[in-house]
Ligand binder design. Structure first.
Ligand code: UN1
Length: 499
């Protein structure tokens, strides 16, 4: 696997990372690749204070100049796209193309943020009073705490950090304890960009290695103005009340239970490809993974037959080998969770194809599975849950209303898609009465969103939006300014007060 060489590219010495309490394993073969020292809650508090000091200086640097730092970070990422992508593959188990694709998302968001650094516009608003002008100014917010998950170990940091930095904020990042090495590599690239930039305040972006307590320290600290957290709905439920209790801001990207509807007029070749990438890609471990297929009864048999053939030919194996489509699950707990869900599905009337453990002889300490297709009689209890594994539940429908109702009939609301050539179905799906998700696609699957759009979802997905569009506003505070250039002091609403 040559992790030493990969780490060396980032100036990280694997032999010096073997004595800490956090064991880091590669899901490819289960070997321990490092033992990292963990930060304490006290360390977290020091980092937050240091970040606050950095923020106080950074907020007064002109935004286009702040963009220059992000441009330099993008340059570092371009130069190390393959190396960082490979490290993502080793640590998170993604196939090489997806590891490199993740780094491409980082480069893309840096480019986006650089442009945005000249466009942090506020409105000018017509005042009701003579000789007055109103406007909005967007100011830097403060320290942004980023909590990220193993499945997008580096991109999620960059979506947050690139925007936060151009917005004038400082960042403290707690990566998943399953993927700390990729975070350390990002920190090295960030530090190189800082050096080239020259005069940015120290500690603008820091990494904290550790578990739940670190996340809680970020959530609880009054100086963390925004906590941007990606992970399970359970994690969000734990964190957000802590942030809310101090009236801090939260940006939550939690569970998804994403469905594709395939209508009777759909192009089945396209639908097949979209479903396969969405359901099987990243071994079913994206928050946008396609977990439900809602297919019209007239095309169900044909589509299912083709899907089963495609599933059986999807190559399962080491993500580092060319040609592999399905890498390992992240760990044993993920495997156990998948088996438990399949067992529940069977009990609830499901017909399961696939889902078995694979390659156990070759990799006894790793957890490879064949992706599972499960025909369900309806959306039973297990279908309503997000199981972070490649399980696709298949349900049939008769009327489009029924399909939309099923699509919306789960607690999560991240991504959704319809494959159809019927304009009415497509428009209805995207209308107010259609999909209730943050992402609603037509003739494209549920996963693999571009960074230019706002990314996030409704209901138990948490409501946050990251990445493109005007998601930057979450990283700034808005001031409304009313300026009186007259010689009178008229009150609003025509109020007369005194003489
Ligand atoms: C996630 O799984 O945490 O749309 C995010 C996608 C990616 C992001 C997924 N751009 O699949």
């Amino acid at each position: 696997m040559n992790i030493d060489d990969v780490l060396a590219e980032f100036g990280l010495d694997a032999t010096r990372m073997q004595n800490g309490s956090l064991s880091v394993r590669s899901p490819i073969d289960g070997t321990q690749v490092a033992r990292l020292a963990e930060h304490s809650t006290a360390d977290a508090h020091l980092a937050i204070d240091a970040a606050h000091t950095a923020f106080m200086a950074w907020r007064m640097v002109p935004a286009p100049r702040r963009g220059e730092l992000v441009r330099l970070l993008g340059d570092e990422l371009r130069a190390h796209k393959q190396g960082l992508g490979r490290l993502v593959s080793i640590e998170a188990g993604k196939i090489l193309a997806e590891g490199a694709g993740e780094v491409q998302e980082m480069i893309d968001i840096c480019d986006f943020a650089v442009g945005l650094s000249r466009q942090l516009h506020g409105l000018t608003i017509a005042s009701e009073r003579p000789g007055h002008r109103m406007m909005e100014t967007w100011h830097p917010l403060g320290v942004v705490g980023v909590i990220s998950a193993f499945n997008f170990p580096v991109a999620v940091w960059s979506w947050n950090a690139a925007l936060a930095l151009i917005c004038g904020d400082a960042v403290v990042w707690k990566p998943s304890e399953k993927t700390p090495l990729t975070a350390l590599a990002c920190q090295v690239l960030f530090n190189r960009a800082m050096e080239k930039f020259g005069d940015a305040p120290a500690n603008l972006s820091q990494v904290l290695i550790g578990g739940r307590e670190i996340g809680q320290a970020l959530a609880a600290h009054y100086r963390v103005a925004l906590v941007s957290a990606t992970g399970s709905t359970r994690m969000g439920r734990e964190l957000s009340p802590i942030v809310a209790a101090r009236f801090g801001r939260c940006l939550l990207e939690l569970g998804g239970n994403n469905a594709i509807i395939v209508g009777p007029t759909a192009d089945l070749d396209m639908a097949l490809r979209g479903i396969l990438f969405g359901a099987v890609g990243t071994a079913g471990q994206r928050c946008t993974t396609t977990r439900r297929l809602i297919v019209h009864e007239s095309v169900a048999d044909e589509l299912l037959g083709r899907l089963k053939r495609a599933y059986s030919s999807a190559r399962i194996g080491s993500p580092l080998e060319p040609g592999t489509l399905v890498g390992p699950l992240i760990d044993r707990a993920a495997y156990d969770g998948m088996q438990a869900a399949l067992e529940s599905a069977r009990q609830q009337g499901g017909k399961v194809v696939g889902g078995e453990r694979r390659l156990a002889d070759q990799y006894p300490q790793a957890w490879y599975v064949s992706p599972a297709l499960v025909e369900m009689p309806g959306q039973t209890k297990v279908v309503l849950q997000e199981t972070f594994a490649p399980i696709l539940y298949v349900m049939r429908y008769t009327t489009f209303d029924e399909a939309v109702e099923m699509q919306n009939g789960v607690p999560q609301g991240l991504s959704s898609a319809v494959f159809t050539n019927d304009l009415r179905e497509a428009e209805w799906f995207m209308s107010a009465a259609g999909s209730d998700c943050g992402i609603a696609n037509v003739n494209i699957g549920t996963s693999g969103a571009e960074i230019g759009g706002a990314f996030g979802g409704e209901k138990e997905t948490g409501g946050g939006r990251e990445s493109g569009s005007d998601a930057w506003k979450a990283y700034m505070r808005r001031a409304t300014n009313t300026v009186n250039f007259s010689r009178e002091l008229p009150l609003a609403q025509g109020i007369k007060f005194g003489s």
